[in-house]
Design a protein around this ligand. Structure first.
Ligand code: ADP
Ligand code: ZN
Ligand code: ZN
Length: 735
């Protein structure tokens, strides 16, 4: 009996929200959903992904062509991953084909052989072990030998642990200290015994989570950094492992992978596949395939690791769930890895744990609505109390490079005690403005019309919005005087000022520039962990979970602008930032102090935050969002577009709006509000005009419905050359 469903629906990597129909291949092998197929496309051939079989096509049968070849007997996508990705494409307005291909490591997008199956790993030789024992090497060579002391490691694992290991590897290999060996696939999954017992609070939280059972029941695990959340993740992973189930662990950025990997390695003797965007493609494909074949017990990675195939998965953990790095903010598929992981956990009916010291308002709203369980770890495992926060009222004070006398006194004390301090300032560069004192001119980006940031080390003015750079002018282009002066303070200037004040101790700057080399940040942290007095100056790179036991004083300066942003999420982000940065102080046995400088000590957000902590601030912010019907109490999608030509942009936005009005007129949904077209909060960037159209609804289903119809219409609009557009569903910022 022949199957009546002979039409094969195939996704191709094209930016259109549609699929393509083909006939069965002539040799009759029917591809399974999720397998790659080669198909004729126009005059060329393309690789596509088989989606499903159907009885009918909207196209006349004689126009359909057969699939040329089936590439995979075993599909590259598990059925769950395939359907979750299609659901995600629909939810975030992506094109199915682009979304599926975007989820694959690029080597697997083509018709190339898979990377070799066995794992090659680096291992210590006997000479290497003695060199390690004798410490006869130093620096990165010693670090590499030490990393290999316990177990051989694959290149992808070394990439995650010691980003610059390759140079060292060449050196020590030539000296005969390490060699490559072939690992047989490790099928044994074991946990090592825990070195300490859980605290009472941890035990309680664990029991609470375990009581929920095996099904889909999301948990918010709220607890400050150091409260023992990771230990809870490890307990849950151990249980999954014992049941021979895979676990997926997401962290928001690459810099957080090494410490999580170390914790996993210390606890489990089981293969971990690491997935992030900085891997060489071979390693990425290998990790992906290890996940697909169920060989990887644990998949650890950043945003895109949410796309890993997980045939045997039993647990998902999202660490720092509030972090906006989980949201893809570029391109045409702007997904949210946390929300995608939630979709998958629901489809798979498995537990998912969202951990954070400062949960997102979205997640808290889900807790309030009873959709998520809320587990709390209130205190740090190793510290007595949270560090007190002192507010420094700047009004009327004379400042020294933006720092108040009381703050400088606190820094003096800290250094005198032989401890470390952190000065947080969320602004890179030397100064945010270069101003002419004679005539008032200031340097602006010709492509964005925003002030250029002065970078002293590089003797340049840079635009932080588009990357435009120019030399530092000697004289004012308007009046010709030499009265140009940097205004305000960035991290570079604070570094200079603090180094001048404390010449005897290292002042270390941590921002995207000073840590451009991949291991620079890690090296710096290792140095700081030794505990000698030092001052760290830096941007929000410093906010993330690193343990510096001798860091006792934290100063937060220049956050006032966050109190007046046009972005409705600014308050939430500021509260999270303050709490995260403050959390760096007083980790071990030493009490910490936090100093917050502001011109607005009475601002309600700051007052609530200081009196009631993050939970109180979040509750208040949620109430505000509810009252003004903003997300998460309404649902928002932005159409963003930009073009060099202002008229083309306006014409597109008007047509887009008309298309939406048309969609609304023909569907019986009324709960949709349109707002715009409006200029974006930054109306010009990199020489391109930018506009937005807001589409809002109190209900999710009608919004999704109109968006998918609208998306198809938008693709049908005559496309002006040079115009770019995208739809951002649940945007995390509105710029
Ligand atoms: P978080 O993930 O919330 O930042 P961690 O799980 O990393 O917290 O715990 C913070 C520190 O306390 C870590 O150094 C960890 O090894 C240690 N720790 C966690 N739980 C315990 C425990 N039950 N007993 C002793 N030390 C613990
Ligand atoms: Zn001038
Ligand atoms: Zn610019």
């Amino acid at each position: 009996m022949s199957d009546a469903r002979e039409i094969l629906r195939v996704a191709l990597p094209v930016p259109l929200p549609r699929t393509f129909d083909y006939l069965m291949p002539q040799n009759g092998t029917k591809p399974l959903p999720g397998a790659r197929v080669e198909v004729p496309f126009g005059r060329a051939r393309r690789i596509g992904i088989m989606l499903d079989a159907a009885e009918h096509s909207d196209w006349p049968r004689e126009q359909l062509k057969p699939v040329l070849r089936v590439l995979d007997e075993t599909p590259l996508f598990t059925p769950e991953l395939l359907s979750s990705l299609l659901r995600a494409a629909d939810y975030w307005c992506g094109a199915a084909g682009e979304v599926l291909f975007g989820a694959l490591p690029s080597r697997l997008r083509e018709d190339k052989p898979f990377p070799r199956d066995e794992d090659e790993a680096w291992s210590l030789t006997i000479a290497g072990r003695s060199a390690l024992d004798a410490r006869s090497r130093c620096g990165s060579s010693l670090a590499l030998l030490a990393a290999l002391a316990e177990t051989p490691l694959r290149a992808d694992e070394l990439d995650a642990l010691l980003p610059e290991w390759r140079t060292a590897a060449r050196r020590v290999r030539d000296a005969g200290l390490i060699e490559t060996i072939v690992l047989s696939v490790r099928n044994e999954w074991h946990s090592k015994p825990r070195s300490q017992s859980l605290t009472e609070a941890q035990r309680k939280v664990l029991d609470q989570i375990l009581a929920l059972g095996e099904g889909f029941r999301p948990v918010l695990l709220e607890g400050v950094t150091g409260s023992g959340k990771t230990e809870i993740y490890l307990e849950l992973i151990e249980r999954a492992l014992r049941a021979e189930k895979q676990s997926l662990v997401l962290v928001p950025e690459i810099g957080l992978i090494p410490q999580m990997l170390r914790r996993l390695r210390a606890r489990f003797d089981a293969p971990v596949a690491v997935l992030h965007s900085n891997l060489a493609d071979g390693d990425r494909s290998r990790a992906w395939l290890a996940a697909l074949r169920g060989e990887a017990a644990i998949v650890l990675g950043t945003r895109s690791a949410a796309f890993a195939p997980l045939p045997e998965v039993g647990l998902i953990v999202i660490d720092e769930e509030h972090d906006t790095s989980y949201k893809q903010q570029e391109g045409s598929f702007r997904y949210h890895a946390r929300d995608f992981a939630l979709m998958r956990a629901q489809a798979l009916d498995i537990p998912i744990v969202l951990g954070s010291a400062t949960p997102s308002l979205e997640t808290l709203a889900n807790v309030q609505a009873g959709r998520y369980m809320h587990a709390c770890l209130r205190a740090r495992v190793h510290a007595r109390t949270a560090s007190p926060v002192h507010v420094l009222d700047l009004r009327g004070l004379k400042l020294h490079h933006g720092l108040s006398p009381a703050l400088l006194a606190a820094l003096d004390d800290c250094i005198a005690r032989g401890e470390q301090a952190l000065v947080f300032k969320n602004r890179r560069g030397y100064a945010p403005v270069l101003l002419c004192h004679a005539c008032g001119w200031h340097a602006r980006c010709p492509r964005c019309e925003r002030p250029l940031t002065v970078h002293r080390g590089r003797a340049r003015l840079l635009c932080h919005h588009c990357g435009y750079a120019q030399p530092w002018p000697r004289q004012c282009p308007d009046c010709g005087t030499q009265a140009l002066a940097p205004q305000g303070h960035g991290t570079e200037r604070l570094e200079e000022a603090l180094q001048a004040r404390y010449p005897a101790i290292p002042v270390l700057r941590v921002d995207r520039e000073s840590t451009r080399r991949r291991d620079a940040f890690e090296t710096l942290l290792d140095k700081l962990a030794e505990g000698k007095p030092a001052i760290l100056v830096g941007t929000q790179m410093l906010a993330k979970g690193h343990d510096l036991p001798n860091l006792t004083t934290v100063a937060i300066v220049g956050v006032d602008e966050g109190l007046h942003s046009v972005d409705f999420r600014a308050g939430e982000k500021l509260a999270q930032l303050i709490v995260q940065v403050a959390g760096r102080a007083g980790r071990a046995d030493k009490p910490g102090q936090v100093w917050l400088q502001t011109h607005e000590p009475q601002h309600p957000l700051l007052t609530t935050l200081l009196q009631g902590g993050y939970p109180a601030a979040a509750t208040e912010l949620l109430d505000e969002r509810r009252a003004s019907e903003l997300p998460p109490f309404s649902h928002l999608a932005l159409l963003r577009a930009d073009a060099k030509d202002r008229a083309a942009l306006d014409a597109f936005m008007d047509a887009a709006k008309a298309a939406m009005q048309n969609v609304l007129a023909t569907s019986p949904v009324l709960e949709i509000q349109l707002n715009g077209p409006l200029p974006a909060p930054m109306p010009l960037r990199a020489g391109r005009h930018r506009a937005q159209l807001w589409v809002e609804s109190n209900l999710r289903p009608p919004l999704r419905h109109v968006l998918s119809t609208w998306l198809r219409r938008l693709h049908e609009l005559p496309q002006t050359r040079g115009l770019r557009w995208s739809i951002d569903v649940d945007p995390v910022d509105v710029y």
